[in-house]
Design a protein around this ligand. Sequence first.
Ligand code: SAM
Ligand code: SF4
Length: 329
Amino acid sequence: MPRDAFDRTIDYLRISVMDRCNFRCTYCMPLEGLRFLPTEELLTAREIQTVVEAAVDVGFRKFRITGGEPTLRRDLVEIVGRIRSVSGVGEIAMTTNGVLLPELAAPLVEAGLDRVNIHLDTLDPQRLRQVMRLGDLDRIRSGIEAAESNGLTPIKLNTVVVRGGNDEDVSGLARLTIDRGWHVRFIELMPLGGGENADYARDHYVSNDEVKARLESEIGPLLEVPPTHPSDESRNHRFAGADGVVGFISPVSAPFCGACNRMRLSADGRFLLCLLREDERDVRGALRGGGGIEVVREALRKAVAAKPIGHELSEGRSIRTRRMHQVGG
Ligand code: SAM
Ligand code: SF4
C-alpha cells in the first residue's frame, strides 16, 4: 500500500471524467460565462484504464467516478467496464446528480459499478430549482429509485447546506433515514474557485454543528455510529430505531486531513494532490508523449510522496482557483 510522507495510506483515486454538468448548483457553477474542456483535452476511456492499471500497481484499490456530471459522458459504461477489467481493482463508486440513472443504472451495474452517491439538496421542488439550478426533484427521485432497484447500495445522498437556500430543509432529508437504509450526509460549503464563488460560500456557510442541533431539536437525539473505516470523512449518527445513517462531512469546521487516503485525477489528466490546494502533476502529457504505463506509475508514486497535509478553510481562505466541477468533487 502506498504511504505518504505523513504515514497516511493513499489507496483511493477519484477520477473526474467530465467538467460539464446539466445542473448549475449555486455554489458550484455560474449560470453564464463557463468555458468547458474540449473533448480532445479529456482523457479517453483507454487512457483512464492505463492510469487505473498504474494506480493498482502502486497500491490504489478504491476508485470513484465523478465530475462535473459523469453521466453526461457518452462512453461512461465503457469507462466503468475498463476500470472493472483491471485486476486488483476493489470498489468502484460514482458521485452523480442522479437524473440519468433511470437509463444508466442497469448497464453501469453490468459493467461493474458497485455504488452511487446521489446529490440532493432539498425535498422542496421549488427550492431545489433555486439551489440546484436546472435540477428537477422528480427526476432525481427516479434516479435514486433506479439506483436502489439495480443494487447500487447502500444509497448515499449528499446535501450541501446553504444558508437561506436549503438550511431549513435538512430535517426532511434526515427523516428519510428513519424508514430507509439510506445514508444522508450533510456537507459544509467550501469557498472554492476564488472571487465571487468563494465569497458566496463564505456568506452562505452553515456549520454542521448547527445542522446537527437543528436535527436534534426538530426530530430527536442522534446517536453516534463508530466509523467503519478510519479514512471515512463522514461522522455518522443514527436516530433511535432508524434503518439509515445521518452523516456530517465537515471540511471547514473539522478538517479530516490526518486520515485522508485519497488523490484525484482531473478530467484533463492531472493528479491533484489535495482537493484544497493547487498542487498538480500532469499525467496526460506523459501518456500522450508515448511514455506508457511506467511513466504514469512513476508520476503517481511521486504524487503520493509529495501529498501535502492541512489547509486553511477554517480561516475562510479559498485555496483553490478551480471550482468543484473542474476538480472533481
Ligand atoms: N455532479 C455530481 C454531483 O453533484 O454529485 C458530481 C460532481 S459534484 C462537483 C460532487 C459533490 O461536490 C457534490 O456532492 C456537490 O454537492 C459538492 N460540491 C460542489 N461544490 C461544493 C462546494 N463549494 N462546497 C462543498 N461541496 C461542494
Ligand atoms: Fe453539477 Fe454536481 Fe456541480 Fe451541481 S454540484 S453543478 S450537479 S457538478
